[in-house]
Design a protein around this ligand. Sequence first.
Ligand code: 13P
Length: 252
Amino acid sequence: MPASVVAGNWKMNTTVSEAAALAAGIRDGAAAAGNVELVLCPPFVSLAAVRDAVKGSAVKVGAQNMHFQESGAFTGEVSPGMLKGLCDYVIIGHSERRQMFGETDESVNNKVKAAQAAGLKPILCVGESLEQREQGKASDVISGQIRAGLQGVSDASDLIVAYEPIWAIGTGQAATPEIAAEIMGAAIFETLRGIFSGAADNVPLLYGGSMNASNSGEFAAQDCIHGGLIGGAALQAEQFLAVAAAVAAAKA
Ligand code: 13P
């Protein structure tokens, strides 16, 4: 079974000092949360402060994005090499980046490959829109995003996949565990199996979208869900730790 993982995507929230304080609060409660890998993904400018705050603990750090080139004339961008030493993980292809910042399956694919080449662990995000779901296209959209995002990728050992239905993000309207499991256990898992064969069995699959301390246990009770990618509920240490504890308990 894959490791249990609860990652906090802080999005464009927290100043550097707020980020350090939030990370310290999570660090202090992490051991009590149980057997689950915690990953904190603050804005770029707070990566160093969060890394320092969690130093010596089991809490890990991730970035929310990166460019796939190593250096050059890409104003405002951050390269894989620049992230080395600051974090272990990087979120790639979040739907907010796909929708608002022109991220495509092709750039997502380039970023996954660049992350792995740099020794960073990609958290590949996929998810369908409400319109796509209503048209009955959710499974096809998700398998397509996985296949395109992982084209030419042969190593599944450091990979995490997050299923975040766009209609469930920030809406307070989470998917049901059954809806999530239908996509994750079938479309995602079967597509990963087709690419990686047996190595797919060890890829952690995270649900994301209005996940909180009240519903995370039900999601993690599904065999094919190994944790969560948390937005709003990741911005308070107590709530985030409660999500982690619920996931750890469901997987124990
Ligand atoms: P919310 O938990 O705020 O719905 O956000 C989910 C998300 O987008 C995490 O990446």
